[in-house]
Design a protein around this ligand. Sequence first.
Ligand code: ASP
Ligand code: MG
Length: 478
Amino acid sequence: MVKEKEHSTPKGKKPLIVMKFGGTSVGNADRMQSVGEIIAEQSRNAEIVAVLSAMGGVTDMLIRAAREASRGDRKYWKGVRQELARRHREVADRLLSAAEQAIVLPRLAEQVGNLENLCSGFSLVREVTPRAMDTLSSLGEVMSATLMASILRSAGVAAEAVDAAELIVTDESFGNASPHFEETHAKTRQRLAPLRRQGTIPVVTGFRGATADGVCTTLGRGGSDYSATIIGAALDADEVWIWTDVDGVMSADPRLVPGARIIPEISYREAIELSFFGAKVLHPKTIHPVMKKKIPVWIKNSFNPACPGTKIAPVAKNEQPGVKAITSISDADLITMSGKDTLSFPRLATRVFNGLHLEDVTTLMVTQSSADNVLCFAIRDADLPRVKARLEKTFELEMLHEYVGILDVMPKIAIVVAIGENMKGTPGIAGRAFGALGRRGINIIAIAQGSSELSISFAVKSADVKDAVKAIHEEFQL
Ligand code: ASP
Ligand code: MG
């Protein structure tokens, strides 16, 4: 077993913790106040770097404002401008000292002004480029971080808002940018060093980064989790805490399984698997930056700070063997293609996956059967039109001459995924899972498990998803 790095800090030195607060955690003045209290309290025993999302709902509103503006509608974004000003103003009125208000209100007004300039530009040119969208959609983070730093100062805690565009250097994939880690590490350390020396808490905007030329980018929806681990890795933090609105990572979606429970500890690989397959608690890329440095990540509830939450560690403590958690994606389609006896499986697969790659589509599961060279894969329903069009074009001639089978789409599919690192080498797990589904009369349409044995995926009808998740949850007594 890999030995876990001990994050013991020298005596007298406080551990460094990067704490990220999500949109619901900073959704209104009361929530902002609680977060201010959490940061102040935690800063007694630890050195804190805070990372903030926009106030809940703000990012959606900004994106919609840009879209409507680019259609020439000037009314919608004007409403958003008012709502944005009102929500942030309300927090400032309630939680800031008069002196802080004098500093912060003009800064908030400046951001609202940015919205106005951008949207009025979009409505003039009837277009919004991905690049301009990033500048606009991440304004909410600038506003929330500005407010939180000021809330802390109003309570006598030294804090300063920092724009992550000054820390995180990314490529130019606007809307879903990837960090350049080396540059990011250097910039982050350099920019935050003076604050850290003075004991000032940096309050950093989540979601945002910038290209090497300083053009604002974003890390994808829900990307503030990712911001937190990028910054944690850059600073060699002792831990990263993701504060959200649930008590931790759950053994299943509680809306599907009322008896689902909090898992005290999971491994990095289990967390990655869970977030890839639809568990909403973490942005799928969150774990990558901290893997090499083995920095633990905690999921904690800002509405219930006393609850310890879930620890995501390099290697989870071994408890019972077998399944640890179940997740599902219920808006999937299964696509089947046959190379018949003309197109070998590798040739068929190469061309299909090249097409998916060109469309930037992620597959959820893939299977092969050799008779007739049949390839079957699952994708999200939202990707179906693009995938169909692409494959029909790719195989236009072959389909015409019936060298390949038609593209068969089975809609309304759910992918149920049982996850657990300890499934590896434990015989009988799949048998038990299949048995549990069989006894409830649930038909399994496709199955996939990789040799890492980290997860087993089953495709079932969407209508069966709830029963299937429940059945497996019960079978493994999660
Ligand atoms: N505010 C951004 C979003 O809603 C980023 C985040 O909250 O993580 O996607
Ligand atoms: Mg989130």
